[in-house]
Design a protein around this ligand. Structure first.
Ligand code: RIB
Length: 314
């Protein structure tokens, strides 16, 4: 079983601010950094560092060759990462506040040039035993879902960002959603401010009865509904420096554990530890831990008797 991620590769420009800029306001940033990022790249790096076989498929401009090198150095197969002419790599403008929270503007660039021919070419190397991982930062998402399902592959979707393109995709074909509360609320048509995580998870189950749903709930942790059973995992308490890519780290480590045959509660636990490390560090891709770091954190929390963190709810 192999995992192929048809996903974005971005350069993240991170601006440190006291507060997020408001309509009509001009503010000065206190610093600027640049990191490798993109939901696709981050998730592939997490999968690679978690130790499973992963192929990244995506497009960069000429100046984005370093993104491919970083993937390769993280254990990701980059056979399907291509440079395109006359189009810059995708990038993100990220405001980061003192709490480590962010807001992000995306420029799709080369990521948006992923077309049906490229999707077909990539998927032709994979078989029904393999899984495809997708997000909504590349072109041809709807086609990719159809094409992967036609090949009999398992489709895992991180439906981010949620927009009209995403809502127009054949989401009923998805086998596993990994998403946050805001994304779930928009997909099922609920008001996130008035919905508990339990309600959102139940609504996802009603709308997509065939699919597993993994819901991240920020500093509260995560929940999942897998084969009709619901599990909750508390978050590990850490000093948050930068939450960028915490969800991507969670996604990669969760999938890696599932791909290795571990059960959902075990996968939530490992993913939770990996994302706790990611939020304690700066940047997107650079914040993603290697497996030994995750195991070390899990070992220390076990020694501190964190066995009660995991609670089966049903
Ligand atoms: O999930 C974080 C990522 O979202 C950033 O790395 C940024 O590039 C955007 O894709």
């Amino acid at each position: 079983m192999r995992i192929v991620n048809i996903g974005s590769l971005n350069v993240d420009f991170v601006y440190d601010v006291d507060h997020f800029v408001q309509k009509g306001e001009t503010i000065s940033s206190k610093g600027r950094s640049a990191f490798a990022g993109g939901k696709g790249l981050n998730q592939s790096i997490a999968l690679g560092r978690a130790g499973v076989e992963v192929f990244h498929a995506g497009l960069v401009g000429r100046e984005g060759a370093f993104l491919r090198d970083l993937l390769r150095d993280s254990g990701v197969n980059v056979e399907w990462v291509r440079e395109v002419e006359d189009c810059p790599s995708g990038h993100a403008i990220i405001q980061r506040d003192a709490e480590g929270d962010n807001c992000i503007i995306l420029y799709g660039g080369a990521n948006r040039m992923v077309d049906e021919a490229f999707v077909d070419e990539v998927l032709s190397s994979f078989s029904p035993d393999d899984w495809v991982l997708l997000q909504n930062e590349t072109g041809s998402l709807s086609y990719a879902i159809h094409a992967a399902k036609d090949r009999g592959m398992r489709v895992v979707l991180n439906p981010s960002p949620v927009d009209d393109v995403l809502l127009g995709c054949p989401l009923e074909l998805v086998d596993c959603f990994i998403l946050n509360e805001g994304e779930a609320a928009r997909i099922v048509g609920l008001d996130v401010a008035r919905s508990t995580p339990e309600r959102l998870l139940a609504a996802m189950g009603e709308r997509f009865p065939r699919a597993d749903t993994v819901l991240t709930i920020g500093s509260e942790g995560s929940m999942c509904r897998c084969s009709g059973e619901v599990f909750l995992q508390s978050a590990l308490r850490v000093n948050a420096v930068d939450t960028t890519a915490a969800g991507d780290t969670f996604t990669g480590y969760y999938l890696a554990e599932r791909a290795k045959g571990h059960d959902a509660p075990g996968a939530l636990r490992v993913a939770s530890a990996a994302s706790a490390i990611a939020v304690s560090r700066e940047g997107a891709a650079p914040s993603i831990p290697v497996r030994s770091e995750v195991e070390e954190l899990l070992g220390s929390t076990e020694r501190a008797d964190s066995g009660s963190l995991l609670r089966a709810m049903a």
